[in-house]
Each structure stands twice: as structure tokens, then as C-alpha cells.
Design a protein around this ligand. Structure first.
Ligand code: BDR
Ligand code: CA
Length: 328
């Protein structure tokens, strides 16, 4: 998308909730440059790294593709009830795998950081445009749960709320049965599931269907921004080699964006479940999703498989466009 051109009038209004993070960074790049999307705002939540790193990375990434116009709202600095845990092994100490997002600090002053905290930002937006906004959450659900606790009807006043998180059958990436975004703030996930505030989930069962290799990244156009993405993903691949024994990386967040919103036809299997999130004090269980007995609880759609090759191609094509954006 030409960064100076307004989004097409039929572009889908979207708010991204992120804990930027290497794979969040790629999702941001794609969301900010996909012409079908009208990125109305980005809300930040602590998760992969502390909130100040999330906010700084998010502002920088948007500026690097000429989208300093997108409002960035700073949200929860810690989970609803638990101590914050971060993932320096996975994403590096500041969330970019040791890659310096250099040279943009001066310009950060012009990023639209809004003084409105994330939960209120979400609430204000969805109530101003009832039924129109999609929300895609790519981190712990703390901001969304806070909105629910403030009485905001996310389920009823959005077009759709989608979450990358949890796992059904796939082994967890944080505990045996727990996925990172769910494990960081189990109470938030449970609050949202109980309230029906999430309509659709993209769990590990779907996002781990595709492995991205360094060869995939080497095929990107030769731009400064492509170099940054490649270096960050190289760190992420190093982590996956040790943790999962794969020669590549799972790009959970951009895979969720591409296969839930941009190309929903890429989802090949989906189930409808009534889910809850374990909030016990047992660290091996907290954050695991399970089928709830409570029949009054709203159900949620869960993607359990995607088309790996078509998803890889779609994501890389969009990433190639993003890293070639005018300010890339
Ligand atoms: C999720 O956890 C984070 O590390 C990633 O950014 C992604 O959102 C995958 O489990
Ligand atoms: Ca994330």
C-alpha cells in the first residue's frame, strides 16, 4: 500500500493487540501494509517483553513502513493477577532478537502514542463503530479482559474478536498443555472465554502447520527492512532449533493474521467448542484450555488445521510487499 494513500473505503477496520515480539513484528508489518485492512489502532500488552519494549518496538515498526499515523495505545504492564513472565530466550531481551531497530528514536516522537489506555481505547472504538471493528489479539488477553471487566461488550459490539493463543491437541510451547499467550495470563483468557469475548481462536494446532525457513526469508527483496526481519527471524530459528528441534520457525502471529482475516479460506479444519482456561495455582496446569461443562458458556470457533503451502506463499508475498514499502 502507498503509505501516503488513505486505505480503500471498503478496507476492513482492524485493531491489533500485540506484545511485540518477533512474530508480532511480522504481523504488524503485514497488517500495516495490506490494502484490504484499515489498521485503526494497535494496543500494546506486556508478554514476550515488558510493556515499554512492546510500545517502543511497535511504534518503530509502524514508522518503518510509513505508518506513524496509526495510533498506538499502551496497555497492561502485567497480567490481571500474576507476576509478569517474559520470553527473552524466544524473542531476545527487548523483543527483536538482538536486532537494533536503529535510527528511528528521534521519529518516535511523532508516533501517535495515545494517552488513552488500551482497554478504554478498545471500548471507545468498538462503541463508536458498533459491529464494524475486528480485533485480533496476538498476545496475552489482559487488555481485552480489562475491557470486559469495565463492562465493554466486546462480543456484541465488534464484527469479530480473534485470538492467537492456546492449544487443543498440539503439545504446548510453555507447559505440556499450555501455550504462551494463555499461560502468561490465564485469568485474562478465562475472563474472555467466560464472557464470550473471543469469537475465534487460532491455536498452535493451526499456527504450527507451517514452518518458515531461513531460505524463505532470504528470498525477500533486498531492503534495509528485509535485513532487520531476517536477522530477527534468524534468532527465532535458533530458539526453535533448540526448543522444538525444527530447522525453521513457527510464525504464529502473522500466520494467524493471514489465515483468519486476510485469507480465511486457508483454514481447512475448524471445530466449535465451549472452552475454559485453567487458572489453578499449579504451574503445570494453569493456562491449559479445556472443554467446559458449563452449557451456558458461549462457544468459540477454533481453527485446527490450515493449508501450509498456501499460507506460506500468502504470508511471504505480503511480507515482501511490506519490506519494500516506501519507508522500508
Ligand atoms: C505466541 O507466543 C508468543 O511468544 C508469540 O508472539 C505468539 O503470540 C505463540 O505461542
Ligand atoms: Ca505475540
Amino acid at each position: 500500500m502507498d503509505a501516503d494513500a488513505p486505505p480503500p473505503t471498503d478496507a476492513r477496520p482492524l485493531i491489533l493487540d500485540v506484545d511485540t515480539g518477533i512474530d508480532d513484528m511480522i504481523a504488524l508489518l503485514i497488517a500495516a501494509t495490506s490494502p484490504e485492512l484499515n489498521l485503526r489502532g494497535v494496543t500494546c500488552v506486556a508478554g514476550n517483553v515488558e510493556i515499554h519494549h512492546v510500545a517502543r518496538n511497535t511504534g518503530k515498526i509502524l514508522r518503518m513502513v510509513g505508518r506513524g499515523d496509526v495510533p498506538v495505545s499502551i496497555g497492561a504492564a502485567r497480567p490481571l493477577q500474576r507476576r509478569l513472565r517474559t520470553a527473552p530466550d524466544t524473542h531476545g531481551p527487548t523483543g527483536t532478537g538482538y536486532v537494533e531497530l536503529r535510527g528511528e528514536d528521534r521519529q518516535l516522537g511523532t508516533t501517535e502514542y495515545t494517552a488513552i489506555p488500551a482497554s478504554r481505547y478498545l471500548g471507545a472504538h468498538v462503541s463508536r463503530h458498533p459491529g464494524r471493528i475486528s480485533v485480533l489479539a496476538l498476545g496475552p488477553l489482559t487488555n481485552l479482559a480489562s475491557a470486559v471487566q469495565q463492562g465493554i461488550d466486546l462480543a456484541g459490539s465488534t464484527r469479530e474478536v480473534i485470538w492467537m493463543g492456546g492449544t487443543l491437541e498440539e503439545r504446548g510451547n510453555t507447559t505440556e498443555t499450555g501455550e504462551w499467550n494463555a499461560c502468561v495470563d490465564p485469568e485474562a483468557a478465562e475472563t474472555c472465554l467466560r464472557a464470550g469475548a473471543v469469537h475465534r481462536i487460532m491455536p498452535l494446532d493451526a499456527t504450527q502447520d507451517v514452518i518458515f525457513t531461513m531460505d524463505d526469508l532470504r528470498a525477500l527483496p533486498d531492503t534495509h527492512l528485509a535485513g532487520i526481519v531476517r536477522d530477527a527471524v534468524r534468532f527465532y530459528v535458533g530458539f526453535h532449533q533448540k526448543a522444538d528441534g525444527i530447522d525453521g520457525a513457527y510464525l504464529h502471529d502473522p500466520v494467524a493474521l493471514v489465515s483468519s482475516i486476510l485469507r480465511p479460506d486457508l483454514v481447512t479444519e475448524e471445530v466449535t467448542e465451549t472452552l475454559a482456561c485453567d487458572t489453578s495455582s499449579d504451574p503445570y496446569l494453569a493456562g491449559s484450555l479445556y472443554r467446559a461443562e458449563d452449557e451456558s458458556r458461549p462457544s468459540v470457533k477454533v481453527a485446527t488445521a490450515i493449508d501450509p503451502e498456501a499460507t506460506r506463499e500468502e504470508l511471504l508475498t505480503r511480507l515482501a510487499r511490506a519490506v519494500s514499502a516506501p519507508h522500508g
